[in-house]
Design a protein around this ligand. Structure first.
Ligand SMILES: *Cc1c(COP(=O)(O)O)cnc(C)c1O
Length: 396
């Protein structure tokens, strides 16, 4: 038997085994912006990294350190660093490794903010950006074979929960000398371990499942120490630092990460299976369903479960969505996801609000689609709630 604790244990204990002050059992929120020294030799030693300690809150903070350490251990990484938001993690990573003339390959279905960086910011800086159809693995391999500096993946994707074969593509990118970065937000470290699949860096919007309570923004990056170190060196200058209060809330939320995700995995699978049989529903997208186009890849690369996120399409298009969503009692109509409460969002008013109907259709996002982030409520209540909300559609 290995002595390495399981992830449910790590979620509770990792990073917290050494209490920070006065034998407190909970991590204190250290709000001090600056830290002082016994004498100038001590200050110099801390500043040069020859002695442990902190200098200034934009660089490091004791509460934030614990959050980073917990994620580092959960992701099985050499190092981790944190950010004010998930988008700060993503933008700092891309700005650290990409320069004019360098090349990034990614998928068309990445998170909306990430897409904007690929389509607007990076081309303006002279970075060569190639976005492939998410499910076209041959095109992705061809573009990787042409040579690249960074491969950026996300799986499952938003909102149609497509699955990208991380191991296959990261292996190919490595042969070309490129680094692979994976946004693991939808999967969580409970369900999917990108570093074990060959990725060099994994990142999260901690705002979502890691925190789990929709009350704190944050981002985090984990992976190879030399690479994390380079991103940290930019972040401490660029200044998108995680606030210690947010770090505390994220840490507190993470203690129940495994419990929450196990419940959400089971409930999402049950709801997706049931919705498939519902007469008002045209289509259900969930990697746990055998009908999902990449179910076999999902089975291989998501050993913990298929996650809380699924989407389904109503026969009645957007008019049906408009009618059904306000009827749900146990679901917020809200832009976030990954919380203890169920949240629902139509791409038309949520993640893809700025696109036209035609542009959404080109991305394979029909007007009748609903993104469902399964919470931790009792699944029987969630099912009954969906049933009553959908009933009007089939009787009308
Ligand atoms: C929300 C989200 C982000 C951005 O995170 P913020 O914390 O909102 O900045 C990035 N990737 C995915 C997959 C997300 O769901």
């Amino acid at each position: 038997m290995s002595d390495t604790p399981k992830r449910a244990t790590q979620a509770v204990w990792a990073g917290e085994e050494r209490s920070l002050i006065q034998h407190a059992t909970q991590v204190p929120v250290v709000k001090s912006v600056a830290f002082s020294y016994d004498d100038l030799d001590h200050w110099r030693d801390v500043a040069l990294g020859d002695a442990p300690g902190h200098i200034y809150g934009r660089n490091t903070n004791p509460t934030v350190d614990v959050f980073e350490e917990k994620v580092r251990i959960l992701e099985g990484a050499e190092a981790a660093t944190s950010f004010a938001t998930g988008m700060a993690a993503i933008s700092n990573v891309l700005l650290t490794f990409l320069r004019p003339g360098l090349r990034v390959v990614s998928i068309k279905d990445s998170y909306g903010g990430t897409s904007k960086i690929f389509l607007e910011d990076l081309p303006a800086f002279g970075v060569d950006v190639t976005l492939c159809d998410t499910l076209d693995v041959d095109a992705l391999e061809r573009e990787i074979d042409r040579g690249l500096d960074l491969l950026y993946l996300e799986s499952p994707t938003n909102p149609t929960v497509k699955i990208v074969d991380i191991e296959r593509l990261a292996g190919k990118a490595r042969e070309r000398g490129a680094i692979t970065v994976v946004d693991n937000t939808f999967a969580t470290p409970i369900n999917q371990h990108p570093l074990e699949l060959g990725a060099d860096l994994v990142l999260h919007s901690a705002t979502k499942f890691l925190g789990g309570h929709a009350d704190a923004l944050g981002g985090v990056l984990a992976g190879r120490a030399d690479l994390v170190e380079r991103v940290f060196a930019r972040r401490e200058i660029h200044g998108a630092t995680l606030h210690p209060e947010a770090a505390y809330l994220l840490l507190r939320g993470m203690k129940t990460l495994a419990l929450r995700v196990e419940r959400q995995n089971a409930s999402a699978l049950a709801l997706a299976q049931w919705l498939q049989t519902h007469p008002a529903v045209a289509n259900v997208h969930y990697p746990g369903l055998p009908s999902h186009p990449n179910h076999d890849v999902a089975v291989r690369q998501m050993p913990g479960g298929f996650g809380a996120m699924f989407s389904f399409e109503l026969h009645g298009g957007f008019d049906a969505v408009r009618e059904v969503l306000p009827r749900l009692r146990f679901a917020h109509c809200a832009a976030n996801l990954g919380a203890v409460e169920t949240t629902v969002a139509p791409p038309r008013t949520g993640s893809h609000v700025e696109l036209t109907t035609e542009q959404r259709a080109a991305l394979g996002i029909p007007e009748g689609l609903i993104r469902y982030s399964t919470g931790i409520e009792d699944v029987a209540d969630l099912m009954a709630d969906l049933e009553q909300a959908l009933a009007s559609l089939t009787t009308a």
